[in-house]
Design a protein around this ligand. Structure first.
Ligand SMILES: C[S@@+](CC[C@H](N)C(=O)[O-])C[C@H]1O[C@@H](n2cnc3c(N)ncnc32)[C@H](O)[C@@H]1O
Length: 327
């Protein structure tokens, strides 16, 4: 490996957004724009990305009135929910332009209590995005088994957030096989007699024999019950919260991002996170052999992402880094 060139790539990882006559450009020698962190406001940085270039977006914007990210461009501190939602709609409209026609957006959002009332913010944002043209394909409950306890006594303690899966149109790239989960109907503990004997016997399973009349075994359910790679991914994902002590905010668990990227992209595709924070999406993308673009308005967090990425890039160097052909 050519060490000088490798360190050039690392140094160039963060790019500034430049404005000229109201037009935003990113100064990078990467063409297409990829493998970069852009320091700037999400809606403006997105406007500088080429159209139709990103395959998958995985992101978690600041939640409404939750945390101060100490930057004048930050989103999340708007005085009313309506202004917050309107600002997110602008960001995700720009994201749509950068997204390929068959691309996916995975959007994570948490809710908020104000004056004793749950605001329902994730769904308000999701429905506003639908009104702006996105196709909502799935809601996912991210169950957090290690969620913080609360002292409330007059309602349940929240231990979930939402993840919404949006597409631009009815047809989109989705690799169901990459994220299948283990069957549970016919495990060793299963009480359903004869279940495991049906492996590999499509068409021969349902109407006769020990499981006759069992609706679980009808042909239409065969793939669900016996697919060799597991059953189709479900909509409740139980994933513990991750700790990343350097960040003063909740970071994505890598496992969660991994599912979204594996389902929504192929090797070498570009993955975008317009609110990249500590860079979890970017580093999972890199590990999974995808390219990445991260955006954050806070320079400290851009540096944090770069630091984490440099560690990953040493483990998973880009092809040209292995050969030393960095231009
Ligand atoms: C919830 S954190 C993202 C955490 C990230 N998923 C991770 O794993 O580290 C939200 C991020 O959005 C950034 N942010 C807030 N407003 C922004 C804006 N208008 N443009 C770009 N980034 C913004 C914040 O600085 C913060 O880093």
């Amino acid at each position: 490996m050519n060490n000088t060139q490798y360190s050039i790539r690392q140094h160039q990882c963060i790019n500034m957004l430049r404005e000229e006559n109201g037009q935003y450009t990113i100064h990078t020698n990467q063409s297409p724009v990829q493998d970069t962190i852009i320091h700037g406001d999400a809606s403006k940085a997105l406007a500088a990305l080429p159209s139709n270039s990103v395959q998958c977006i995985v992101t978690s914007p600041p939640y409404y009135q939750q945390r101060d990210y100490r930057d004048e461009k930050q989103l999340g501190q708007e005085p009313t929910p309506e202004q917050y939602i309107a600002n997110l709609v602008v960001v995700f409209s720009e994201s749509r332009r950068a997204l390929k026609q068959d691309g996916l957006l995975w959007l994570n959002l948490g809710d908020k209590y104000a004056e004793g009332r749950l605001l329902g913010m994730p769904w308000r944002v999701a429905l506003a995005l639908v009104d702006s043209g996105w196709v909502l394909r799935s809601d996912v409950i991210w169950h957090k088994p290690n969620a913080m306890p609360t002292s409330v006594k007059n309602r349940p303690t929240p231990d979930h957030e939402y993840i919404f899966m949006f597409s631009q149109e009815a047809n989109y790239y989705y690799n169901a096989d990459a994220i299948r989960e283990p069957h549970i109907t016919f495990t060793e503990q299963s009480r359903m007699r004869g279940g495991r004997n049906h492996f590999g016997k499509r068409g021969g399973t349902p109407e006769h024999g020990k499981n006759q009349g069992n609706s679980n075994l009808h042909n239409g359910r065969w793939d669900q019950a016996f697919h060799p790679l597991g059953r189709n991914k479900r909509t409740v994902w139980s994933i513990p919260l991750s700790k990343f002590p350097e960040a003063h905010f909740a970071v994505f668990p890598e496992k969660l991002v991994e599912i979204c990227i594996l389902a929504g992209s192929r090797s070498k595709d570009i993955i975008l996170d317009p609110f990249c924070g500590s860079g979890t999406t970017l580093l999972v993308a890199r590990r999974l052999d995808r390219h990445f673009i991260g955006i954050d308005c806070n320079s400290e967090y851009c540096l944090m992402s770069q630091k984490r990425l440099n560690a990953v890039q040493a483990e998973f160097p880009f092809e040209e880094e292995k050969t030393g052909n960095v231009n």
